[in-house]
Write a protein that binds this ligand. Structure first.
Ligand SMILES: CC(C)(COP(=O)(O)OP(=O)(O)OC[C@H]1O[C@@H](n2cnc3c(N)ncnc32)[C@H](O)[C@@H]1OP(=O)(O)O)[C@@H](O)C(=O)NCCC(=O)NCCS
Length: 118
């Protein structure tokens, strides 16, 4: 069954300003493997983490830097949970996540669907 859906948008300029103003913010928001990405891709990943939060419905489940957006060899993004966030996700049940990202005109967009096995 579908447990939830989530969507979020993120301004690329606003994220860049926040990351410049608060240098430690990058490490709080992003997994170490994400840190070298372009700002538009970081904005999409931030939007993805907010969208996952909404799809699950509980902001306490995610620690953002323990969530990594990974891509397969064709470029399709998916979600890898690490550390305590992985444990909290596993506690909810057997979940399957679907993720779509986009960025254009200074805005990044993410959509997430979460399925739960019955
Ligand atoms: C819940 C959350 C994702 C909302 O995102 P936001 O950027 O504040 O706001 P947005 O404009 O994107 O979305 C707002 C909508 O989210 C929805 N929303 C709020 N709480 C929600 C929840 N628990 N589950 C699903 N959707 C929720 C609401 O519909 C709201 O719109 P409304 O107020 O008009 O009804 C956000 O407040 C949050 O808690 N993020 C987690 C932050 C965090 O943990 N950061 C960790 C850094 S390490």
């Amino acid at each position: 069954m579908i447990l939830g859906i989530g969507s979020d948008v993120c301004s690329v300029d606003r994220l860049e300003q926040s990351l410049t103003r608060t240098p430690k913010l990058s490490e709080r928001l992003f997994h170490p493997n994400e840190l070298g990405l372009s700002t538009k891709s970081l904005a999409a990943r931030f939007a993805a983490k907010e969208a996952i939060t909404k799809a699950i419905g509980n902001p306490a489940v995610l620690t953002f830097n323990e969530v990594e957006i990974v891509k397969n060899q064709l470029g399709k993004p998916s979600i890898a949970f690490h550390s305590k966030t992985k444990d909290r996700i596993d506690e909810i049940g057997e979940l399957r996540f679907h993720l779509s990202l986009s960025h254009d005109a200074g805005i990044a967009l993410a959509t997430v669907v979460v399925e739960k096995s019955e």
